[in-house]
Design a protein around this ligand. Structure first.
Ligand code: PHE
Length: 464
């Protein structure tokens, strides 16, 4: 942490900051773009009948995502602390710090299952490198979905390898986190984010040459308003949250590392449009390929899209191994930068609240992750009897976090900012204390005060 302070952008109290605007955007996009954007998004599009979902998702990002993101950035930069410390500082006499604590709990919960999926993607990367992924299975047609399904089930339900791969990814994340905000998170994002975009562009280039291109593009892009249902809206709202890393204090934490002169509005626009771009690129990759190979009837739910449908597509392309390696590399990169941002919420909480050195705070978060991720991992296959309320631990934590903790956290943050925060907080942050002209300040304030809480409350009600 100390080394991070040796830069011109440090706050007076010596809080770590991001070193450059590009780095700050790379790190924030790195948090946003992860398994949610790359894997969950196309599955949601498929489930909700195509382009209708894209349209509602874009609306949700604009009307809900950007205001909540600006709210989180503002809270973090105004409070210069961890999510609990921010509320304590801004409203010392009220129990709003519990909202921050909810975020820290969400960080532990989400990290426990997110890390496991990151471990699976790492295993798939290794299997692609060794060629094992495409090796035929006795009695099953080579390269068929049933073959990849059998492989997925055998990888995921093994009691050993997923636990080991998850542990390896935990160690990699721990190493990066120990290096600190600038030397770890920012530097890694600066390398990994351009790599991710480059890999995606290669894929788009290839899939846009495929014969199913037109059918795929029509399914994904041609608006069909008749397909918009209440389910579409709810799914799109949830997806907007998860993919923009909202509702958990991640962006409060990153906002607390923003230098004083960072223009929050421009940053939020860059981060959300880059995230949107990745989602759209992912659609441009998946749907032409799916149409080309006639896989539109297959289930994309759960892990199937990434671990069954995509390998099936790769196996029908020339050099399947190469595509698989590139794709799983892309996914590991995206997942890692998100894991790090999730863990950072809990790390900075322990660092700021209990005064632990950064290294020790990292260990205090990551060591308990070993048993937690192991339980999650085993509950998906080897030990199905590990259940909470009738669901596997993995599924329970996943649904509980995405459907309740994140929207709940975002709802409380909007209520706080709209009705209870110190006067002028949002305006001062959006205008950098009056030095920036930000015409959108009033519309954003109104959205946070009225529309966002209303929409999120609806989502929570219908979702339950
Ligand atoms: N946005 C990440 C993704 O799309 C997940 C995430 C959720 C990260 C909440 C941080 C906080 O994969």
């Amino acid at each position: 942490m100390k080394k991070d302070n040796n830069n011109n952008n440090s706050s007076p109290k010596g809080r770590a900051t991001f070193g450059s605007r590009i780095g700050l955007i790379a790190a924030t996009v790195g948090s946003a773009v992860g398994l949610g954007t790359i894997w969950r998004f196309p599955a949601m599009v498929q489930r909700n009948g195509g382009s209708a979902f894209l349209l509602v998702y874009i609306l949700c990002v604009l009307l809900l995502g950007i205001p909540v993101m600006l709210g989180e950035f503002s809270l973090g930069r105004a409070g210069q602390s961890d999510p609990v410390g921010v509320f304590r500082k801004l409203s010392p006499k009220r129990p709003w710090w519990l909202v921050g604590l909810l975020g820290v709990v969400a960080a532990y919960v989400i990290l426990s299952f997110y890390m496991v999926v990151t471990g699976w993607t790492a295993e798939y990367l290794v299997q692609s490198v060794t060629g094992d992924l495409f090796r035929p299975v006795d009695g099953l047609e080579a390269g068929s979905s049933s073959m990849f399904l059998a492989k997925m089930n055998s990888y995921i339900s093994s009691p050993v390898s997923p636990v080991i791969y998850t542990f390896i990814m935990l160690c990699v994340s721990t190493g990066i986190l120990m290096l600190g905000v600038q030397k770890g998170i920012e530097r890694m994002s600066n390398i990994m984010m351009p790599m991710l975009f480059a890999l995606m562009l290669i894929f788009v280039f290839v899939t846009l040459q495929m014969p199913g291109r037109d059918a795929g593009l029509e399914f994904f892009l041609k608006p069909d308003f008749s397909k918009i249902t209440s389910r579409t809206c709810i799914d799109a709202l949830g997806q907007a949250f998860f993919s923009l890393s909202l509702g958990m204090g991640t962006l409060i934490t990153y906002g607390s590392y923003f230098p004083k002169n960072t223009p929050l509005g421009k940053t939020a626009i860059s981060v959300s449009s880059l995230t949107l771009l990745v989602a759209i690129l992912m659609g441009l990759i998946i749907f032409p390929a799916v149409m080309t190979f006639g896989l539109q009837g297959e289930s994309f739910d759960g892990a199937a899209l990434v671990f069954v449908t995509l390998p099936e597509i790769f196996s029908r392309m020339p050099a399947p191994g190469l595509w698989a390696i590139l794709f799983f590399l892309l996914l590991v990169v995206a997942a890692l930068t998100s894991c790090i941002s999730i863990a950072e919420v809990a790390i900075v909480f322990i660092h700021d609240r209990f005064g632990l050195k950064r290294r020790n705070a990292v260990l205090a978060v990551m060591i308990p992750m070993i048993p937690l991720t192991t339980i999650c991992s085993l509950s998906t296959g080897a030990l199905p009897e590990l259940k909470i309320l009738g669901q596997s631990v993995f599924n329970f934590l996943d649904t509980f976090a995405t459907n309740y903790l994140l929207p709940g956290g975002a709802l409380l943050m909007c209520l706080y900012l709209g009705w209870f925060a110190p006067k002028g907080l949002l305006r001062n942050q959006l205008t950098n204390n009056g030095t920036l002209r930000a015409w959108y300040t009033t519309p954003i304030r109104l959205l946070i005060k009225y529309l966002c809480p209303l929409l999120i409350a609806m989502l929570l009600l219908v979702g339950s």
